[in-house]
Ligand binder design. Sequence first.
Ligand code: PNS
Length: 206
Amino acid sequence: MGFLELTKICKLGVFLLTKAVVSDNDMGNLVEPERIVPWMEKRAVYPGFFDPITNGHVDIILRGLRLFDKIVVAVLKNPKKEALFSTKDRVAMIQEIFTHQPDIEVKAFDGLLVEFVRRHKAKIVIRGLRAVSDFEYELQMALMNRQLDPEIETLYMMPSVNYSFLNSGVVKEVFSLGGSVKGLVPEIVEKKLREKLKQGRLSVGK
Ligand code: PNS
């Protein structure tokens, strides 16, 4: 048997083996692997309340751009949750931060996240995972979203260790008590926090 024939037989073997592995349906409702790759080359949704956006969120968005062509930042308008910044302000701050980044789109949303994801023709939700303490909430959310739409996957990314202690609530509390948040939030956010403080709208617990 010549070298060419041997190569052809090997290639056929690898092809059949791959098919067998992929069609072996022991993956529950997991979508077929070959369908995930094209999605990963497209867009992902990064949802959150962003009251306000921190450098931890920015870090995750920029990491996301290393994997996806486009990130849609989905800002929750949640009338039940008390916010320091209006939805309009939260969206505007994020838009300003990424003003020179056409591959980042910022949109407000209400209702189910999976519906927003479907409307934006995405299949991946990105979430940041800072510490073990985040895990339970994130697991519940990811599994509920999977229950609602098995075709949507949640992808967790770790932020830089510099931001692993950071969240919007801590930023507001520290700032309201006169602490510095330099380097922890984008400049526009610091400016807007200063304005809120001047207006007497920033107090602990908000
Ligand atoms: O910044 P947050 O508060 O951690 O973001 C939470 C968010 C906005 C991702 C989550 O509350 C959400 O997706 N809300 C939309 C309602 C929904 O789809 N709920 C079902 C999943 S639990």
